[in-house]
Design a protein around this ligand. Structure first.
Ligand code: DOR
Ligand code: ZN
Length: 342
């Protein structure tokens, strides 16, 4: 196959940051995607409907002239989020979900929830108005091994949560394990996003020839059997699994540090990375639905009507793209790609 034409995709999990960083990263996403679910983990986080409205305006103002893009906003759940705030968010029309971060799990999660059971009144309201809950599905207990955090979260918190709120629509974000795939396959009212890094790499990549901080993200890459389970899920044609890059830009200096930040930047070449992953198992015919159909179907939004084209053509991922104080290193920088969006 030499050319691939797809309905324009959407990114159902994206970090755009704010200020100068937002202005630099947004054009990359706008080039490939029509819409994106915007993560609320700013400093301070997007906790209220008013915060979300103001952030949305800043994103709209940063869209390059003449381009179309729709930011789909989320609220950051805290111990103090009120049920009324989520009801108002749903009524606004532009807030599409509420994001749960366990306190201390990842970048800017210090305002996150200390005990998910404290939020039951909010979940009750969200279930009532049908506002989806997006989960960073990891436990943060220091006694749990970092590679087991997702699996333990499912057992300890997600299964009980779904028993308490069976109709609450949930997205288990950036799944990384065979355990998550199996859980999602067998539960109701649940979807899952899958990132390019978790489809393409296993945890060996973090340590190949030395420590490679640009492959460090959370949840962390897992062993090869898990990667294979994710590829199988993404390419299965099951509508529960859809595209969410988790593109999470950090400056080169904050990644290449004694205590480097978690996050992979993939907005530059996201759809090509997914194409490589799907092609590796001869499943390019399954890419369009994963990238462009199942996400809007889950969120009950219309599918896009425009198309994009990818050509079979070799190019090198740049070592760095311009960012703020220091550059931004794209996922798999310096390596060859065989698909290129035109
Ligand atoms: O690797 C990650 N980076 N995981 C997250 O959950 C947050 C993200 C970020 O905001 O940098
Ligand atoms: Zn994320």
């Amino acid at each position: 196959m030499q050319q691939l034409t797809l309905t324009r995709p959407d990114d159902w999990h994206l970090h755009l940051r704010d200020g100068a960083a937002l202005k630099v990263v947004l054009p990359h996403t706008v080039r490939q995607f029509a819409r994106a679910i915007i993560m609320p983990n700013l400093k301070p986080p997007v906790r209220s409907l008013a915060d979300a409205a103001a952030y949305r305006d800043r994103i709209l103002a940063a869209i390059p002239a003449g381009k179309q893009f729709e930011p789909l906003m989320t609220l950051y759940l805290t111990d103090n989020t009120s049920p009324e705030e989520t009801i108002a968010a749903k009524a606004s029309g532009f807030v599409k979900a509420v994001k749960y971060y366990p306190s201390g799990a990842t970048t800017n999660s210090e305002f996150g929830v200390t005990d998910i059971r404290k939020c039951d009144r909010v979940f009750e309201a969200m279930q009532q108005v049908d506002l989806p809950l997006l989960l960073h599905g990891e436990v943060t207990d220091k006694d749990v091994d970092i590679f087991d955090r997702e699996k333990v979260f499912i057992q300890r918190y997600l299964i009980p949560l779904k028993q308490r709120f069976p109709k609450l629509r949930v997205v288990l974000e950036h799944i990384t394990t065979a355990d998550a795939v199996e859980y999602v396959l067998n539960a109701n009212n649940i979807g899952a996003t899958i990132t390019p890094q978790h489809l393409l790499f296993n945890r060996n990549r973090i340590f190949k020839g030395g420590i490679n901080p640009h492959f460090y993200c959370l949840p962390i890459l897992k062993r090869e059997t898990h990667r294979q389970a994710l590829v199988k899920a993404a390419t299965s044609g099951n509508p529960k699994f859809f595209l969410g890059t988790d593109s999470a830009p950090h400056t080169r200096t904050s990644k290449e540090s004694a205590c480097g930040c978690a996050g992979c930047f993939s907005a530059l070449h996201a759809i090509e990375l997914y194409a490589e992953a799907f092609e590796s198992v001869n499943a390019l015919d399954k890419l369009e639905a994963f990238a462009s159909f199942y996400g809007p179907d889950f969120y009950q939004l219309p599918r896009n009507t425009e198309q994009i084209t990818l050509n079979k053509s070799t190019w090198k991922i740049p070592d760095e793209v311009p960012f703020t104080e220091s550059g931004l290193v794209p996922l798999n920088a310096g390596q060859e790609m065989t698909w290129q969006m035109v």
